[in-house]
Ligand binder design. Structure first.
Ligand SMILES: [Zn+2]
Length: 138
């Protein structure tokens, strides 16, 4: 039986070689594992904190720690979603293709930013649109 999560069974990417796809898959998988294990450690840390800090003063600290943990978890969740999205794009054979214009996303760009979904031209254009207007005046 062919395993759909194994890189040799992925459809051919329009722009990237099988070798490059395999490299990117390994990087994404490693990042995924890192986030998952970090999240688990955070959760454990903050659970322990709560158990040893019963008085009011420390409770405030614990509460702000908890806020921090939640914010961190939120950021991790977002990154996790991006990584999973990138892996799905690999499985669909569209990983090396820019979402906006259909051009190639260079392998060098993907190595620097494995979750990139746009080529450098589209990304630059989008950042210019997103930048606050006063940045142009300054
Ligand atoms: Zn593009």
């Amino acid at each position: 039986m062919s395993d759909p999560t194994s890189p040799q069974n992925f459809p051919e990417d329009e722009y990237l070689s099988a070798e490059e796809i395999k490299t990117m898959w390994d990087i994404l998988e490693q990042q995924l594992q890192e986030i998952l294990s970090e999240s688990r450690e955070d959760l454990q840390y903050f659970t322990e904190q709560r158990e040893v800090d019963p008085d009011e003063l420390d409770l405030a600290v614990t509460e702000s720690n908890r806020d921090f943990a939640l914010r961190l978890a939120d950021r991790e969740r977002r990154l996790l979603r991006k990584i999973k999205n990138a892996m799905t794009r690999i499985q669909n054979g569209e990983y090396g293709t820019c979402e906006s214009c259909g051009a190639a996303i260079s392998f060098a760009r993907l190595m620097a930013r494995p979750v990139a979904t746009q080529c450098i031209d589209c990304k630059t254009e989008m950042e210019q649109l997103e930048r606050p207007k006063r940045a142009f005046i300054q």
